[in-house]
Design a binder for this molecule. Structure first.
Ligand SMILES: [Mn+2]
Length: 511
């Protein structure tokens, strides 16, 4: 008895489903329109960023694949990019490939699948002893009916997406048409295959019952260490992010004059324009929080109006075409001048962040930056009379001790997370290698302490309620001093307002 799942039905010609409002296309007309085309003009592969030829990150992706195979010897690994997701009816959300897939390939196209390992096929052997095959969908091109009837995979609808041959040339990988995927997956030895399921219908059908096992954690643990090319991508993301923050600062006088009721969204759109210009997108939904909105940690509604005398907390990051993203926060006075109270609180957060960044070095605990920053904030809170216990009591390592952790009412969150292709990178790495582990050279993490006085917190002086401040930078771990990748944005309060004035004196330009 055959235990394998039934073969999926042979695919019909991929002509796409008509929408209810499409004008009917009789078969004779479709055939007539299909004739007399030359091949459509080529669209560049998104990884072909600098010049024609192999993608600049290809060596990195090849090393990533080799490192993964070395950790999982004898295994065949099946890793899908994922499928598009429906927004409503026949409209889709913008597709973003799954991060572990892009980390292994540099590819970002919807419906792609990577099969990696020694078991796959002798005929597909590529560099460094890998047998790596990337399966991508062939879009309906000139001469096929689907060219103009298939709204998801027809070139007239979605562009002349790079072909199998073009993709192979840019990524330096063996690339096969996706319609061969089912056949090739069925040829795998299921007992030695690990597959990430739940994201691709062909993988799920053919490899039903095959587990991912150690695969997700192993990938995320390898992703902890960034190589020079990955660091260059994160640096580029930070630089583009700095330009986007300047765009936002330059718009502040405009929104103060114009108002409009939801000016936080004008600023959100201002940053998004920069993200689309310099990279792929924002790496996460931008937070533009004016006044008391800054005390809501994930203020994504962005439907407020910055006002004179308030602070604006902006937490934003540009994601590059490679999907590496920045994650930066600055808090600035909307009118360009700090009040005395704002400056006092801001300086406390800055001191905490500086103390945290100083702890970021190879061999140090991941949590050392958090502990240093928390002690500084607890000490200030105690001296301001807000926290009843001194910092040493509040920051006791015994979390059950009386008074331990009382500062957390105002600091709310940990100060660090890993950063890379995901804004919260490497989240499936085991605790002993991430949260409870030592930092390694090449790790990149945020240091982002904050102080948040809720507008309804009776333990805080009335004039301080509704103030929220966070400062966040992206820090590269080395064997020596930490490297602040987001140093293009100032942190000192007077430098922040000087930077705002400079930004406002220059019109933003696309360059
Ligand atoms: Mn962050």
């Amino acid at each position: 008895m055959n235990e394998r799942p039934a073969e999926p039905a042979a695919a019909a010609p991929d002509d796409g489903e008509p929408a209810s409002y499409d004008i009917p296309l009789p078969a004779g007309l479709a055939a007539a329109i299909s004739r007399d085309w030359e091949p459509a003009p080529r669209m560049a592969h998104p990884a072909d960023r600098h010049e024609a030829g192999i993608a600049p990150g290809a060596a990195t992706y090849g090393r990533n694949r080799a490192a993964l195979l070395q950790r999982l010897p004898g295994r065949t690994l099946v890793i899908p990019a994922g499928q598009g997701s429906t927004r409503a009816n026949d409209t889709e959300y913008a597709f973003r490939a799954r991060s572990e897939f892009s980390w292994l390939t540099g590819e970002t196209v919807e419906g792609a699948v990577l099969v990696l390992g020694p078991q796959h096929s002798d005929t597909h052997a590529s560099s460094a002893g890998q047998t790596a095959t990337l399966y991508i969908r062939e879009y309906a091109g000139a001469g096929e009916v689907g060219y103009f009837t298939n709204r998801q995979h027809g070139a007239i609808w979605v562009g002349n997406v790079p072909s199998v041959l073009e993709t192979a040339a840019v990524l330096g990988l063996t690339v096969r048409p996706r319609n061969e995927l089912g056949r090739d997956l069925r040829a795998l030895d299921r007992t030695t295959t690990l597959a990430i399921t739940g994201f691709d219908p062909v993988v799920d059908t053919v490899l039903a019952g095959v587990a991912a096992g150690e695969l997700p954690a192993t990938i995320d643990e390898l992703r902890l260490t960034k190589d020079d090319w990955e660091i260059s991508q994160l640096q580029a993301a930070c630089d583009a992010t700095a330009a986007g923050f300047a765009d936002v600062a330059a718009e502040l006088p405009v929104v103060l004059a114009a108002g409009g009721g939801r000016a936080e969204r004008w600023l959100e759109g201002t940053f998004w324009r920069r993200a689309r210009m310099a990279g792929n997108d924002v790496g996460y939904t931008s937070i533009l929080a004016s006044g008391a909105h800054a005390t809501t940690l994930h203020w994504w509604r962005n439907n407020g109006d910055p006002a004179e005398g308030q602070l604006l907390l902006a937490d934003m990051g540009v994601e590059m075409d490679s999907l590496y993203t920045a994650d930066v926060t600055r808090t600035m006075p909307v009118s360009g001048e700090w009040t005395a109270a704002q400056r006092t609180l801001y300086n406390a957060v800055l001191e905490a962040q500086t103390a945290g960044i100083a702890e970021v070095k190879a061999g140090a605990d991941f949590l050392a930056a958090h502990r240093a920053a928390m002690w500084v904030l607890a000490d200030h809170l105690h001296h301001w009379g807000i926290l009843d216990v001194p910092a040493d009591v509040a920051c006791a390592s015994d979390v059950e001790a009386p008074g331990a952790g009382l500062h957390r009412r105002y600091t709310l969150h940990g100060v660090s997370h890993m950063l890379g292709i995901d804004v919260h990178d490497c989240s499936r790495a085991r605790d002993e290698l991430y949260r409870d582990g030592p930092l390694g050279a090449g790790y990149v993490l945020t240091v982002e302490p904050g102080l948040y006085f809720q507008p309804n917190d009776l333990t805080v002086p009335a004039e301080w309620r509704g103030i929220g401040i966070r400062i966040e930078d992206d820090i590269l771990v080395t064997d020596g001093a930490p490297v602040n990748l987001s140093r293009g944005l100032p942190r000192e309060p007077d430098a922040v307002t000087e930077w705002m004035r400079d930004a406002q004196a220059e019109r933003p330009s696309p360059a």
